[in-house]
Design a protein around this ligand. Structure first.
Ligand code: XUL
Length: 543
Protein backbone atom coordinates (compact mmCIF):
# COMPACT_ATOMS: atom_id res chain seq x y z
CA UNK A 1 0.00 0.00 0.00
CA UNK A 2 1.26 3.51 -0.77
CA UNK A 3 0.50 6.15 1.83
CA UNK A 4 1.84 9.65 1.37
CA UNK A 5 2.09 12.08 4.24
CA UNK A 6 1.81 15.84 3.78
CA UNK A 7 2.46 18.33 6.58
CA UNK A 8 1.77 22.06 6.60
CA UNK A 9 3.07 24.46 9.23
CA UNK A 10 0.91 27.55 8.76
CA UNK A 11 0.76 30.74 10.80
CA UNK A 12 -1.75 29.36 13.29
CA UNK A 13 -1.50 25.59 13.19
CA UNK A 14 0.30 22.46 12.06
CA UNK A 15 -1.72 20.12 9.83
CA UNK A 16 -1.22 16.64 8.45
CA UNK A 17 -2.99 14.83 5.61
CA UNK A 18 -2.24 11.22 4.70
CA UNK A 19 -3.49 10.02 1.32
CA UNK A 20 -3.66 6.51 -0.04
CA UNK A 21 -2.85 6.14 -3.73
CA UNK A 22 -3.27 2.81 -5.47
CA UNK A 23 -4.17 1.96 -9.07
CA UNK A 24 -7.72 1.30 -7.91
CA UNK A 25 -8.34 4.02 -5.37
CA UNK A 26 -7.35 7.41 -4.07
CA UNK A 27 -8.55 8.58 -0.74
CA UNK A 28 -7.71 10.67 2.28
CA UNK A 29 -6.88 8.37 5.21
CA UNK A 30 -6.09 10.94 7.88
CA UNK A 31 -6.51 14.67 8.37
CA UNK A 32 -5.65 16.60 11.54
CA UNK A 33 -4.65 20.08 12.69
CA UNK A 34 -3.17 21.30 15.96
CA UNK A 35 -3.63 25.01 16.71
CA UNK A 36 -0.51 26.53 18.21
CA UNK A 37 -2.27 28.84 20.71
CA UNK A 38 -4.31 26.10 22.35
CA UNK A 39 -2.03 23.11 21.69
CA UNK A 40 1.11 24.82 23.02
CA UNK A 41 -0.07 27.52 25.45
CA UNK A 42 3.33 27.76 27.19
CA UNK A 43 4.73 29.72 24.23
CA UNK A 44 2.10 32.45 24.66
CA UNK A 45 1.26 32.98 20.97
CA UNK A 46 -1.93 34.67 19.80
CA UNK A 47 -3.10 33.38 16.43
CA UNK A 48 0.38 31.84 16.19
CA UNK A 49 2.24 35.13 16.72
CA UNK A 50 4.23 36.19 19.81
CA UNK A 51 3.01 39.37 21.51
CA UNK A 52 5.04 42.45 20.56
CA UNK A 53 4.86 46.07 21.74
CA UNK A 54 5.77 47.17 18.19
CA UNK A 55 2.79 46.63 15.84
CA UNK A 56 5.14 46.31 12.87
CA UNK A 57 6.97 43.35 14.40
CA UNK A 58 5.60 39.80 14.03
CA UNK A 59 7.59 36.78 15.22
CA UNK A 60 6.94 33.24 16.37
CA UNK A 61 8.82 30.43 18.09
CA UNK A 62 10.76 27.86 16.03
CA UNK A 63 10.94 25.61 19.10
CA UNK A 64 7.13 25.57 19.19
CA UNK A 65 6.99 24.52 15.53
CA UNK A 66 9.42 21.68 16.33
CA UNK A 67 7.37 20.55 19.31
CA UNK A 68 4.25 20.58 17.14
CA UNK A 69 5.99 18.43 14.53
CA UNK A 70 6.95 15.90 17.22
CA UNK A 71 3.38 15.74 18.54
CA UNK A 72 1.86 15.48 15.05
CA UNK A 73 4.14 12.63 13.99
CA UNK A 74 3.05 10.81 17.16
CA UNK A 75 -0.60 11.38 16.24
CA UNK A 76 -0.10 10.13 12.69
CA UNK A 77 1.55 6.99 14.09
CA UNK A 78 -1.09 6.26 16.71
CA UNK A 79 -4.32 7.63 15.23
CA UNK A 80 -3.66 7.49 11.47
CA UNK A 81 -5.55 4.22 11.14
CA UNK A 82 -2.66 2.62 9.24
CA UNK A 83 0.73 1.15 10.10
CA UNK A 84 3.20 4.09 10.18
CA UNK A 85 5.71 1.80 8.47
CA UNK A 86 3.42 1.97 5.38
CA UNK A 87 4.14 5.68 4.79
CA UNK A 88 6.02 5.68 1.48
CA UNK A 89 7.16 9.33 1.38
CA UNK A 90 6.73 12.56 3.30
CA UNK A 91 6.69 16.18 2.10
CA UNK A 92 5.68 19.42 3.69
CA UNK A 93 5.05 23.11 3.34
CA UNK A 94 5.20 26.11 5.64
CA UNK A 95 4.11 29.72 5.82
CA UNK A 96 6.41 31.56 3.45
CA UNK A 97 9.17 34.11 4.17
CA UNK A 98 9.75 33.30 7.88
CA UNK A 99 13.33 32.42 8.85
CA UNK A 100 15.04 30.26 11.50
CA UNK A 101 18.57 31.00 12.75
CA UNK A 102 20.75 28.08 13.91
CA UNK A 103 24.16 28.07 15.60
CA UNK A 104 27.03 25.65 14.97
CA UNK A 105 25.71 23.13 17.52
CA UNK A 106 22.60 22.44 15.44
CA UNK A 107 23.96 19.76 13.14
CA UNK A 108 25.78 17.65 15.79
CA UNK A 109 22.72 17.94 18.05
CA UNK A 110 20.33 16.72 15.35
CA UNK A 111 22.58 13.83 14.38
CA UNK A 112 22.72 12.66 18.01
CA UNK A 113 19.01 12.96 18.94
CA UNK A 114 17.78 10.42 21.45
CA UNK A 115 14.48 8.81 20.29
CA UNK A 116 13.48 8.21 23.91
CA UNK A 117 13.28 11.93 24.76
CA UNK A 118 11.03 14.66 23.33
CA UNK A 119 12.52 16.69 20.48
CA UNK A 120 12.02 20.19 21.93
CA UNK A 121 13.98 19.39 25.12
CA UNK A 122 16.96 18.29 23.06
CA UNK A 123 17.13 21.13 20.54
CA UNK A 124 16.46 24.16 22.77
CA UNK A 125 20.14 25.21 22.46
CA UNK A 126 20.51 25.10 18.66
CA UNK A 127 19.14 28.60 17.90
CA UNK A 128 21.23 31.75 17.48
CA UNK A 129 17.95 33.70 17.56
CA UNK A 130 15.11 32.44 19.74
CA UNK A 131 12.36 34.06 17.72
CA UNK A 132 11.65 33.78 14.01
CA UNK A 133 10.35 36.77 12.05
CA UNK A 134 7.30 35.71 10.04
CA UNK A 135 5.43 36.98 6.98
CA UNK A 136 3.23 39.34 9.01
CA UNK A 137 6.26 41.43 9.99
CA UNK A 138 6.49 44.80 8.27
CA UNK A 139 9.35 46.36 10.22
CA UNK A 140 11.98 46.31 7.47
CA UNK A 141 11.09 49.28 5.25
CA UNK A 142 14.57 50.81 5.52
CA UNK A 143 16.23 47.47 4.68
CA UNK A 144 13.97 47.11 1.61
CA UNK A 145 15.04 50.55 0.44
CA UNK A 146 18.73 49.80 0.95
CA UNK A 147 18.50 46.48 -0.91
CA UNK A 148 16.51 48.07 -3.74
CA UNK A 149 19.06 50.88 -4.10
CA UNK A 150 21.98 48.45 -4.13
CA UNK A 151 20.35 46.28 -6.80
CA UNK A 152 19.45 49.18 -9.11
CA UNK A 153 15.77 49.87 -8.40
CA UNK A 154 12.46 48.07 -7.90
CA UNK A 155 12.14 46.73 -11.40
CA UNK A 156 15.65 45.24 -11.26
CA UNK A 157 14.85 43.46 -7.97
CA UNK A 158 11.55 42.20 -9.40
CA UNK A 159 13.10 40.88 -12.59
CA UNK A 160 15.95 39.15 -10.73
CA UNK A 161 14.10 37.64 -7.76
CA UNK A 162 10.45 37.47 -8.92
CA UNK A 163 9.19 40.20 -6.55
CA UNK A 164 10.30 43.69 -5.66
CA UNK A 165 11.67 44.01 -2.10
CA UNK A 166 8.83 43.41 0.37
CA UNK A 167 9.07 43.94 4.13
CA UNK A 168 8.04 40.39 4.94
CA UNK A 169 10.49 38.75 2.54
CA UNK A 170 13.43 36.92 4.10
CA UNK A 171 16.33 38.97 2.66
CA UNK A 172 15.22 42.28 4.22
CA UNK A 173 14.58 40.39 7.49
CA UNK A 174 18.10 38.94 7.43
CA UNK A 175 19.56 42.37 6.76
CA UNK A 176 17.70 43.79 9.76
CA UNK A 177 19.01 40.96 11.97
CA UNK A 178 22.58 41.64 10.82
CA UNK A 179 22.15 45.40 11.42
CA UNK A 180 20.53 45.14 14.82
CA UNK A 181 22.25 42.03 16.27
CA UNK A 182 25.62 41.65 14.50
CA UNK A 183 27.06 39.35 17.21
CA UNK A 184 24.13 36.95 16.97
CA UNK A 185 24.41 37.08 13.17
CA UNK A 186 28.10 36.16 13.50
CA UNK A 187 27.11 33.15 15.66
CA UNK A 188 24.60 31.99 13.01
CA UNK A 189 25.81 28.99 11.04
CA UNK A 190 22.62 28.36 9.02
CA UNK A 191 19.60 30.49 8.13
CA UNK A 192 16.68 28.28 7.17
CA UNK A 193 13.25 29.04 5.83
CA UNK A 194 10.61 27.56 8.12
CA UNK A 195 10.08 24.85 5.50
CA UNK A 196 13.74 23.80 5.27
CA UNK A 197 14.09 23.98 9.07
CA UNK A 198 11.25 21.48 9.57
CA UNK A 199 12.56 19.21 6.82
CA UNK A 200 15.98 19.34 8.53
CA UNK A 201 14.35 18.05 11.71
CA UNK A 202 12.81 15.11 9.84
CA UNK A 203 16.14 14.04 8.32
CA UNK A 204 18.17 15.18 11.35
CA UNK A 205 20.56 16.96 9.02
CA UNK A 206 20.72 20.02 6.78
CA UNK A 207 17.83 20.06 4.35
CA UNK A 208 18.05 22.21 1.20
CA UNK A 209 15.29 24.49 -0.04
CA UNK A 210 13.66 24.63 -3.52
CA UNK A 211 12.64 27.44 -5.91
CA UNK A 212 9.05 27.68 -4.64
CA UNK A 213 9.92 28.86 -1.14
CA UNK A 214 13.35 30.31 -1.98
CA UNK A 215 11.64 32.79 -4.32
CA UNK A 216 10.01 34.40 -1.26
CA UNK A 217 13.35 35.71 -0.06
CA UNK A 218 14.46 38.43 -2.54
CA UNK A 219 17.70 36.43 -2.68
CA UNK A 220 17.35 33.96 -5.55
CA UNK A 221 17.87 34.43 -9.26
CA UNK A 222 14.49 32.92 -10.08
CA UNK A 223 15.12 32.25 -13.76
CA UNK A 224 18.29 30.30 -12.90
CA UNK A 225 17.17 28.68 -9.64
CA UNK A 226 20.31 29.71 -7.76
CA UNK A 227 21.29 32.31 -5.18
CA UNK A 228 21.93 35.70 -6.78
CA UNK A 229 25.34 36.96 -5.63
CA UNK A 230 24.34 40.60 -6.06
CA UNK A 231 21.25 40.12 -3.87
CA UNK A 232 23.25 38.26 -1.21
CA UNK A 233 25.87 41.06 -1.17
CA UNK A 234 23.12 43.67 -0.86
CA UNK A 235 21.68 41.84 2.15
CA UNK A 236 24.36 40.75 4.65
CA UNK A 237 28.03 39.67 4.70
CA UNK A 238 29.02 36.03 4.18
CA UNK A 239 25.42 35.07 3.52
CA UNK A 240 26.10 32.37 0.90
CA UNK A 241 27.76 30.15 3.52
CA UNK A 242 24.74 30.49 5.80
CA UNK A 243 22.00 29.55 3.31
CA UNK A 244 20.79 26.05 2.43
CA UNK A 245 21.35 24.90 -1.14
CA UNK A 246 18.55 25.17 -3.74
CA UNK A 247 17.44 21.89 -5.35
CA UNK A 248 14.65 20.87 -7.74
CA UNK A 249 11.24 20.62 -6.02
CA UNK A 250 10.99 16.82 -6.29
CA UNK A 251 14.37 16.14 -4.66
CA UNK A 252 14.51 13.58 -1.86
CA UNK A 253 16.41 15.21 0.99
CA UNK A 254 17.14 12.02 2.88
CA UNK A 255 15.48 9.18 4.73
CA UNK A 256 13.32 9.89 7.77
CA UNK A 257 15.86 9.84 10.61
CA UNK A 258 16.25 7.28 13.37
CA UNK A 259 14.67 9.66 15.90
CA UNK A 260 11.33 9.28 14.09
CA UNK A 261 11.58 5.66 13.04
CA UNK A 262 12.47 4.41 16.52
CA UNK A 263 10.24 6.80 18.41
CA UNK A 264 7.08 6.26 16.35
CA UNK A 265 7.57 3.17 14.18
CA UNK A 266 7.82 4.86 10.76
CA UNK A 267 10.01 3.31 8.07
CA UNK A 268 13.05 5.36 6.96
CA UNK A 269 10.79 6.80 4.23
CA UNK A 270 12.11 9.37 1.75
CA UNK A 271 11.59 12.96 2.88
CA UNK A 272 10.96 15.27 -0.07
CA UNK A 273 12.24 18.87 0.04
CA UNK A 274 9.61 21.11 1.66
CA UNK A 275 8.08 24.13 -0.10
CA UNK A 276 6.09 27.26 0.77
CA UNK A 277 2.37 27.06 1.45
CA UNK A 278 1.42 28.98 -1.70
CA UNK A 279 3.35 26.78 -4.17
CA UNK A 280 2.05 23.76 -2.30
CA UNK A 281 -1.54 25.03 -2.58
CA UNK A 282 -1.06 25.41 -6.32
CA UNK A 283 -0.90 21.63 -6.79
CA UNK A 284 -3.28 21.11 -3.85
CA UNK A 285 -6.03 22.78 -5.90
CA UNK A 286 -5.00 20.86 -9.00
CA UNK A 287 -3.22 23.60 -10.95
CA UNK A 288 -0.61 21.76 -12.97
CA UNK A 289 -0.88 23.66 -16.27
CA UNK A 290 -1.86 27.10 -17.64
CA UNK A 291 -5.42 25.94 -18.30
CA UNK A 292 -6.39 26.49 -14.66
CA UNK A 293 -5.92 29.31 -12.19
CA UNK A 294 -7.21 29.81 -8.66
CA UNK A 295 -8.91 32.57 -6.75
CA UNK A 296 -8.96 32.44 -2.99
CA UNK A 297 -11.71 34.59 -1.46
CA UNK A 298 -10.47 35.26 2.05
CA UNK A 299 -9.78 38.25 4.30
CA UNK A 300 -7.81 39.43 1.32
CA UNK A 301 -8.41 37.86 -2.07
CA UNK A 302 -5.56 36.22 -3.95
CA UNK A 303 -5.34 35.05 -7.50
CA UNK A 304 -2.68 32.58 -8.43
CA UNK A 305 -1.77 30.50 -11.42
CA UNK A 306 0.93 28.57 -13.21
CA UNK A 307 3.17 30.02 -15.93
CA UNK A 308 5.33 27.89 -18.17
CA UNK A 309 7.64 30.81 -18.93
CA UNK A 310 9.28 33.32 -16.62
CA UNK A 311 7.44 36.65 -16.65
CA UNK A 312 7.27 39.30 -13.94
CA UNK A 313 4.67 41.95 -13.19
CA UNK A 314 5.76 45.30 -14.70
CA UNK A 315 3.49 47.11 -12.20
CA UNK A 316 5.48 45.55 -9.33
CA UNK A 317 2.50 44.40 -7.26
CA UNK A 318 2.54 40.72 -8.24
CA UNK A 319 4.83 37.93 -7.08
CA UNK A 320 6.41 35.15 -9.04
CA UNK A 321 7.42 32.01 -7.18
CA UNK A 322 8.73 28.66 -8.38
CA UNK A 323 6.00 26.04 -8.91
CA UNK A 324 6.23 22.43 -7.64
CA UNK A 325 6.05 21.26 -11.27
CA UNK A 326 9.32 23.07 -12.06
CA UNK A 327 7.41 25.92 -13.78
CA UNK A 328 6.55 29.30 -12.25
CA UNK A 329 3.60 30.49 -10.24
CA UNK A 330 2.13 33.97 -10.14
CA UNK A 331 0.44 35.36 -7.06
CA UNK A 332 -1.47 38.60 -6.88
CA UNK A 333 -2.92 39.87 -3.63
CA UNK A 334 -5.98 42.15 -3.28
CA UNK A 335 -6.33 43.51 0.21
CA UNK A 336 -10.01 44.51 -0.06
CA UNK A 337 -11.52 41.02 -0.05
CA UNK A 338 -14.00 39.73 2.54
CA UNK A 339 -13.71 42.79 4.72
CA UNK A 340 -14.86 44.96 1.82
CA UNK A 341 -17.72 42.57 0.98
CA UNK A 342 -18.80 42.73 4.62
CA UNK A 343 -18.68 46.54 4.58
CA UNK A 344 -21.21 46.62 1.73
CA UNK A 345 -23.33 43.87 3.28
CA UNK A 346 -23.49 45.69 6.62
CA UNK A 347 -24.08 49.13 5.13
CA UNK A 348 -27.30 47.86 3.58
CA UNK A 349 -28.29 45.74 6.59
CA UNK A 350 -28.12 42.44 4.69
CA UNK A 351 -27.15 38.94 5.74
CA UNK A 352 -25.34 36.60 3.33
CA UNK A 353 -28.67 35.26 2.07
CA UNK A 354 -29.74 38.83 1.25
CA UNK A 355 -26.37 39.40 -0.39
CA UNK A 356 -26.92 36.38 -2.67
CA UNK A 357 -30.45 37.52 -3.42
CA UNK A 358 -29.09 40.94 -4.51
CA UNK A 359 -26.82 39.18 -6.98
CA UNK A 360 -29.74 37.14 -8.30
CA UNK A 361 -32.00 40.15 -8.82
CA UNK A 362 -29.55 42.53 -10.53
CA UNK A 363 -28.55 42.28 -14.21
CA UNK A 364 -25.05 41.11 -15.19
CA UNK A 365 -22.79 44.17 -15.76
CA UNK A 366 -25.13 46.17 -13.49
CA UNK A 367 -26.12 48.80 -16.06
CA UNK A 368 -22.51 49.99 -16.10
CA UNK A 369 -22.29 50.84 -12.37
CA UNK A 370 -18.64 50.74 -11.29
CA UNK A 371 -17.30 50.63 -7.73
CA UNK A 372 -13.64 50.65 -6.74
CA UNK A 373 -13.89 48.99 -3.30
CA UNK A 374 -10.78 50.43 -1.66
CA UNK A 375 -12.18 50.55 1.85
CA UNK A 376 -8.67 49.76 3.15
CA UNK A 377 -5.36 50.77 1.53
CA UNK A 378 -5.08 48.50 -1.50
CA UNK A 379 -2.11 46.42 -2.68
CA UNK A 380 -3.33 45.88 -6.28
CA UNK A 381 -3.34 48.54 -7.63
CA UNK A 382 -1.36 50.40 -4.97
CA UNK A 383 -3.74 52.79 -3.17
CA UNK A 384 -2.39 54.53 -0.07
CA UNK A 385 -5.43 56.66 0.81
CA UNK A 386 -8.41 54.41 1.48
CA UNK A 387 -11.99 55.12 0.43
CA UNK A 388 -14.39 53.44 -2.01
CA UNK A 389 -14.92 55.28 -5.31
CA UNK A 390 -18.15 55.12 -7.33
CA UNK A 391 -18.88 55.80 -11.01
CA UNK A 392 -22.40 55.83 -12.43
CA UNK A 393 -23.81 54.29 -9.24
CA UNK A 394 -27.16 55.12 -7.67
CA UNK A 395 -26.13 55.95 -4.07
CA UNK A 396 -28.94 54.12 -2.25
CA UNK A 397 -29.51 50.82 -4.01
CA UNK A 398 -28.11 48.05 -1.84
CA UNK A 399 -28.58 45.47 -4.58
CA UNK A 400 -26.62 47.55 -7.13
CA UNK A 401 -23.82 48.04 -4.58
CA UNK A 402 -23.63 44.31 -3.88
CA UNK A 403 -23.31 43.45 -7.56
CA UNK A 404 -20.92 46.35 -8.11
CA UNK A 405 -18.44 45.21 -5.47
CA UNK A 406 -18.37 41.59 -6.67
CA UNK A 407 -18.05 42.56 -10.33
CA UNK A 408 -15.36 45.13 -9.48
CA UNK A 409 -13.37 42.56 -7.50
CA UNK A 410 -13.60 40.06 -10.35
CA UNK A 411 -12.71 42.61 -13.04
CA UNK A 412 -9.73 43.82 -11.01
CA UNK A 413 -8.53 40.23 -10.61
CA UNK A 414 -8.91 39.52 -14.32
CA UNK A 415 -7.26 42.74 -15.49
CA UNK A 416 -4.36 42.81 -13.05
CA UNK A 417 -3.47 39.22 -13.91
CA UNK A 418 -3.09 39.97 -17.62
CA UNK A 419 0.72 40.32 -17.32
CA UNK A 420 0.83 36.57 -16.70
CA UNK A 421 -0.07 36.06 -20.34
CA UNK A 422 -2.31 33.07 -19.64
CA UNK A 423 -6.03 32.60 -20.34
CA UNK A 424 -7.30 29.90 -17.96
CA UNK A 425 -10.41 27.94 -18.92
CA UNK A 426 -10.99 26.89 -15.32
CA UNK A 427 -10.78 28.88 -12.11
CA UNK A 428 -10.67 26.95 -8.85
CA UNK A 429 -12.40 28.93 -6.11
CA UNK A 430 -11.27 28.53 -2.51
CA UNK A 431 -11.57 30.45 0.75
CA UNK A 432 -14.55 31.33 2.93
CA UNK A 433 -16.65 33.22 0.38
CA UNK A 434 -16.32 30.43 -2.21
CA UNK A 435 -19.29 28.84 -0.41
CA UNK A 436 -21.51 31.47 -2.08
CA UNK A 437 -22.64 30.15 -5.46
CA UNK A 438 -23.95 33.51 -6.69
CA UNK A 439 -20.50 35.07 -6.19
CA UNK A 440 -18.99 32.19 -8.11
CA UNK A 441 -21.45 32.72 -10.99
CA UNK A 442 -20.19 36.32 -11.31
CA UNK A 443 -16.63 34.99 -11.18
CA UNK A 444 -17.42 32.60 -14.04
CA UNK A 445 -19.17 35.25 -16.14
CA UNK A 446 -16.54 37.98 -15.74
CA UNK A 447 -13.61 35.62 -16.39
CA UNK A 448 -15.54 33.60 -18.99
CA UNK A 449 -14.12 30.49 -17.36
CA UNK A 450 -15.67 27.49 -15.64
CA UNK A 451 -15.42 27.83 -11.84
CA UNK A 452 -14.72 24.77 -9.71
CA UNK A 453 -15.26 24.23 -6.02
CA UNK A 454 -13.24 21.40 -4.48
CA UNK A 455 -14.15 19.27 -1.47
CA UNK A 456 -10.94 19.45 0.60
CA UNK A 457 -10.24 22.68 2.46
CA UNK A 458 -6.56 22.46 3.38
CA UNK A 459 -4.98 22.80 -0.04
CA UNK A 460 -1.40 23.49 1.11
CA UNK A 461 -1.34 20.32 3.18
CA UNK A 462 -2.97 18.23 0.44
CA UNK A 463 -0.45 19.71 -2.00
CA UNK A 464 2.37 18.48 0.24
CA UNK A 465 0.96 14.95 0.24
CA UNK A 466 0.61 15.09 -3.57
CA UNK A 467 4.21 16.33 -3.90
CA UNK A 468 5.32 13.34 -1.79
CA UNK A 469 3.45 11.03 -4.18
CA UNK A 470 4.90 12.67 -7.29
CA UNK A 471 8.49 12.58 -6.01
CA UNK A 472 8.20 8.99 -4.83
CA UNK A 473 6.86 7.77 -8.18
CA UNK A 474 9.65 9.62 -9.96
CA UNK A 475 12.24 8.16 -7.61
CA UNK A 476 11.01 4.60 -8.08
CA UNK A 477 11.05 5.05 -11.90
CA UNK A 478 7.27 4.74 -12.18
CA UNK A 479 6.70 8.44 -12.89
CA UNK A 480 3.16 9.66 -13.34
CA UNK A 481 2.14 12.96 -14.85
CA UNK A 482 1.07 15.82 -12.60
CA UNK A 483 -2.44 15.53 -14.05
CA UNK A 484 -2.57 11.94 -12.79
CA UNK A 485 -1.10 12.94 -9.43
CA UNK A 486 -3.91 15.41 -8.70
CA UNK A 487 -6.71 13.29 -10.19
CA UNK A 488 -9.25 12.07 -7.67
CA UNK A 489 -8.25 14.75 -5.15
CA UNK A 490 -8.33 18.02 -7.08
CA UNK A 491 -9.38 17.11 -10.62
CA UNK A 492 -12.61 17.69 -12.57
CA UNK A 493 -14.29 14.59 -11.10
CA UNK A 494 -13.97 16.00 -7.57
CA UNK A 495 -15.33 19.45 -8.42
CA UNK A 496 -18.66 21.20 -8.18
CA UNK A 497 -18.63 23.11 -11.53
CA UNK A 498 -20.22 26.47 -12.39
CA UNK A 499 -20.37 27.34 -16.09
CA UNK A 500 -19.93 30.85 -17.55
CA UNK A 501 -22.72 32.37 -19.65
CA UNK A 502 -20.97 32.97 -22.96
CA UNK A 503 -23.56 35.52 -24.18
CA UNK A 504 -22.25 37.90 -21.49
CA UNK A 505 -18.72 37.94 -22.88
CA UNK A 506 -18.99 41.13 -25.05
CA UNK A 507 -20.57 43.24 -22.34
CA UNK A 508 -18.06 42.24 -19.67
CA UNK A 509 -15.12 42.68 -22.06
CA UNK A 510 -16.31 46.24 -22.81
CA UNK A 511 -17.06 46.89 -19.14
CA UNK A 512 -13.51 45.89 -18.17
CA UNK A 513 -12.26 48.77 -20.36
CA UNK A 514 -14.59 51.15 -18.51
CA UNK A 515 -13.34 49.73 -15.20
CA UNK A 516 -9.76 50.37 -16.30
CA UNK A 517 -10.64 53.99 -17.20
CA UNK A 518 -12.35 54.51 -13.83
CA UNK A 519 -9.34 53.07 -12.01
CA UNK A 520 -6.93 55.32 -13.92
CA UNK A 521 -9.10 58.34 -13.11
CA UNK A 522 -9.32 57.43 -9.40
CA UNK A 523 -5.54 57.05 -9.23
CA UNK A 524 -5.05 60.46 -10.88
CA UNK A 525 -3.65 58.83 -14.00
CA UNK A 526 -6.46 59.37 -16.51
CA UNK A 527 -9.34 61.66 -17.58
CA UNK A 528 -12.92 61.58 -16.33
CA UNK A 529 -14.40 58.27 -17.59
CA UNK A 530 -17.94 59.70 -17.93
CA UNK A 531 -17.95 59.56 -21.73
CA UNK A 532 -16.61 55.95 -21.74
CA UNK A 533 -19.37 54.95 -19.36
CA UNK A 534 -22.04 56.65 -21.47
CA UNK A 535 -20.73 54.90 -24.60
CA UNK A 536 -20.92 51.54 -22.82
CA UNK A 537 -24.52 52.26 -21.81
CA UNK A 538 -25.44 53.11 -25.40
CA UNK A 539 -23.86 49.86 -26.60
CA UNK A 540 -25.55 47.74 -23.90
CA UNK A 541 -28.87 49.43 -23.09
CA UNK A 542 -30.93 48.09 -20.19
CA UNK A 543 -33.35 45.38 -21.33
C1 XUL B 1 2.66 35.06 0.66
C2 XUL B 1 2.47 35.27 2.12
C3 XUL B 1 1.48 34.43 2.83
C4 XUL B 1 2.12 33.37 3.67
C5 XUL B 1 1.02 32.82 4.55
O1 XUL B 1 3.55 35.94 0.09
O2 XUL B 1 3.10 36.09 2.74
O3 XUL B 1 0.56 33.86 1.95
O4 XUL B 1 2.76 32.41 2.89
O5 XUL B 1 1.25 31.61 5.07
Amino acid sequence: MAIYLGLDSSTQSLSAIAIEVTDASRRVRFERSIAFDTGFPDYGTRHGVLPSPDPLVAASSPLMWAEALDRMMGLVATEGGFDPADVSAIAGSAQQHGSVYLNASALPTLVALDPARPLAHQIAGIFSRRESPIWMDSSTASQCQAITRALGGEEAVGTLTGSRAFERFTGPQIRKFFETAPDAYARTARIHLISSFLASLLVCGEAPTEPGDASGMNLMDLARHRWADAALDATAPDLAARLPSVVEPWTVVGPLARYWTERYGFAPAPVVVWSGDNPSSLVGVGIVDEERAAISLGTSDTRFGLMRGYRTDPAGTGHVFGAPTGDYMSLQCFRNGSLARERVRDRFGLDWRGFSRALETTPPANGGAIMLPWFEPEITPPVAVPGARHYGMPPDSGAVHVRAIIEAQMMAMARHASWMGTRPRVIVATGGASGNREILQVMADVHQAEVWRLPLGNSACLGAALRACHADRRRTRRPISWTEVVAGFAGAEAADRIRPRSDLEPRYRALADVHEACEAHALGLGPDPGERLAAWRRAFPAE
